[in-house]
Design a protein around this ligand. Structure first.
Ligand SMILES: [Fe+2]
Ligand SMILES: [Fe+2]
Length: 283
């Protein structure tokens, strides 16, 4: 079933019957990673309502959010959920998700959206940069071919979302009177916020569902991140991430090339340094 006629792929395009289940189960944390991602993606449904009402003066953007963006994000969650339930059929996805949703809802309020529409679109670009680069790394490092294919299909959607948000940002930025300083502040604020609540709570509720006899604390989440840190370090598309990140600053081409190169190198060094020190919290 296609969730939206405009979607470029559907769950029927994913060969779930060809998953190399033994290979997927070899990674002791893969269930946590994929189930947590499915929780966050499916919750876009709730978030999209806030976003659609926030952009009430932009009917074309609202229409795209309603008919394309939200169904595609939910489809990402549904596709990952089916992957989880194919490989780990005993995982109680519904009940773990219900617990996650209850806790996460308190962070998902319209007043947390940007002070202007243009700045909210900058924030959207940062989020799509995060998801696009996450799925790029996942599709590169996973040994399991069906997951690699699924991650790559999701990555392509996230890149398209980025371009649409960026396009609307360009259309609004002048009218909104938003300068480079405000854009760069939003970029850095959103970068600092990335992965604050959603990934943490998603992991927590997967963990509690898998280990009902244990109590949850931050150390389990840190162990999970330490497990993936070397893989993300090796396969993360630093250049692409830096390029997408600085694009809303609308620098001229040579400055953008220089800052992209500097940012990519800086991010890679920071990644190596922090992961070696064991301080890295963000996988
Ligand atoms: Fe997504
Ligand atoms: Fe997206």
């Amino acid at each position: 079933m296609r969730l939206d006629s405009a979607s470029r792929w559907s769950l029927d395009d994913i060969p779930y019957d060809k998953i190399e289940i033994g290979l997927a189960r070899q990674d002791p944390y893969l269930l946590y990673l994929i189930a947590a991602a499915s929780f966050v993606e499916i919750t876009s449904d709730l978030y999209s309502r806030n976003l659609i009402s926030y952009f009430e003066t932009q009917p074309a953007l609202q229409q795209w959010l309603r008919s394309r963006w939200a169904p595609e994000e939910v489809q990402h969650g549904e596709a990952l959920k089916r992957y989880v339930l194919t490989v780990w059929p005993s995982f109680d996805w519904e009940s773990a998700y219900a617990d996650f949703y209850r806790e996460y809802m308190q962070f998902c309020k319209p007043e947390l959206l940007g002070p202007t529409q243009a700045l909210e679109l900058v924030a959207r670009c940062v989020v799509e940069t995060g998801t696009a680069t996450f799925y790029t790394a996942l599709s590169r490092f996973t040994q399991e071919p069906v997951l690699a294919k699924l991650a790559d299909l999701i990555r392509q959607d996230e890149v398209r979302h980025y371009h649409r948000f960026y396009h609307d940002f360009l259309a609004l930025v002048t009218a909104d009177g938003v300068g480079r300083l405000a854009v760069s502040r939003t970029l850095w604020e959103r970068l600092a916020e990335v992965d604050q609540e959603d990934a943490y709570y998603a992991f927590k509720h997967v963990f509690l569902s898998v280990n009902p006899e244990k109590t949850f604390d931050k150390r389990q989440y840190q162990a999970f991140r330490r497990h993936y840190a070397p893989l993300f370090q090796q396969y993360f598309p630093y250049r692409t991430a830096a390029n997408m990140f600085v694009k809303p600053l609308r620098l001229n081409r040579s400055v953008q090339r220089l800052s992209t190169r500097g940012l990519a190198t800086g991010a890679e060094w920071a990644f190596r340094f922090l992961s070696q020190k064991g301080w890295l919290r963000r996988a």
